[in-house]
Design a binder for this molecule. Structure first.
Ligand code: PBG
Ligand code: ZN
Length: 326
């Protein structure tokens, strides 16, 4: 039997034809941090290129995003007033409801996803209502107010709801609440596999949501547990989620692949704040070829099985793609 050990060298044209993975501007959701006020655009020290913005600035930002071909955003609200149950998140005039209304009015072609959680809205910084007795989040009480929050987002005009608090039963609860209020077609993207991670550090600066006591390990996952991580996503698929997510992304690509192979839903990865900051500061110090490493990272997400990439790099990637960088 003849066996040829020398592989045929591919020219650039053929290499493009056989490339297995590609990154497109359509893959991205860009995160935005909104607060009340006018003319506010404050850069986050730990995340150069990322800003807290007032609604008027967000409307301008959407214009820029559309020029780059980015039509999907996920919103995080920073309220003026925080309290024990995160009332701003439940209010029709709260920061998220106000932002969604303004964006959908000015940019109806923008796909607006809302992060649904309480940690940005509570004075203690936890993702739900705290039990006085044992100082942990009360899962079922949090489910009730989460359903209220979902309806507030839906009424404001959100295109998709993304619960990020990892409460047990959240998907079933939100699906029932939305269906019961006439929002049967509003999709839910679940932060289905969310690890208790040190990579969220810079986000908590920008969202001003660092817990004032304890940590989130009672409701977020242990990075050491693979089977538990996969089961969380399988459970959310069964509860009626439309899209699953793994967060953070980089250190968890094995989990992405395994969930992809064991579920039939589209998958998102959240390329989180700490991951962004690492590349950003390495690039700023000329330690790496920034554009190249960013693109390599995005390709890795797609190769692992992600259909959607939520990333602070989205605008930079769009510019790279426009310049023909792949
Ligand atoms: C809120 C939420 C967080 C992130 C997304 N939604 C923070 C957290 O869980 O502490 C992190 C995103 C990032 O680090 O970029 N529940
Ligand atoms: Zn939270």
């Amino acid at each position: 039997m003849f066996q040829r050990f020398r592989r045929t060298r591919l020219n650039n044209h053929l290499r493009a034809l056989v490339r297995e993975t590609s990154v497109s501007v359509d893959d991205f959701i860009y995160p935005l941090f909104v607060r009340f006020g006018k003319g506010i655009k404050t850069e986050v020290a730990s995340m150069p290129g990322v800003f807290q913005m007032s609604i008027d600035e967000v409307l301008k930002e959407c214009e820029e995003l559309k020029k780059l071909g980015i039509f999907s955003i996920i919103l995080f609200g920073i309220p003026d007033v925080k309290d024990s149950i995160g009332s701003d998140a439940l209010c029709e005039h709260g920061i998220i409801a106000s932002s969604v209304k303004a964006i959908k009015e000015a940019h109806p072609d923008m796909f607006v996803v809302t992060d649904l959680c309480f940690c940005e809205y509570t004075d203690h910084g936890h993702c739900g209502i705290i039990d006085e007795v044992n100082e942990t989040v009360n899962n079922d009480a949090t489910l009730e107010i989460s359903a209220q929050q979902a309806i507030v987002h839906a009424k404001a005009g959100a295109d998709m709801i993304a619960p990020s608090g990892m409460m047990d039963g959240i998907i079933e609860t939100l699906r029932e609440a939305l269906d019961g209020s006439g929002y049967e077609n509003l999709p839910i993207m679940s932060y289905s596999t969310k690890f208790a991670s040190g990579y969220y550090g810079p986000f908590r600066d920008v969202a001003e949501s660092t817990p004032s006591f304890g940590d989130r390990s009672s409701y977020q996952m242990d990075p050491a547990n693979r089977r538990e991580a996969i089961n969380e996503s399988i459970s959310d698929e069964a509860q009626g989620a439309d899209i699953l997510m793994v967060k953070p992304a980089l250190a968890y690509l094995d989990i992405v692949r395994e969930i992809k192979d064991n579920t039939s839903l589209p998958m998102a990865v959240y390329n989180v704040s700490g991951e962004y900051a690492m590349l950003k500061f390495a690039g700023m110090n000329n330690l790496i070829d920034y554009d190249r490493v960013v693109m390599e990272t995005m390709i890795a997400f797609k190769r692992a099985g992600a259909d959607i990439i939520i990333s602070y790099h989205a605008k930079e990637v769009a510019k790279m793609l426009q310049k023909g960088k792949r």
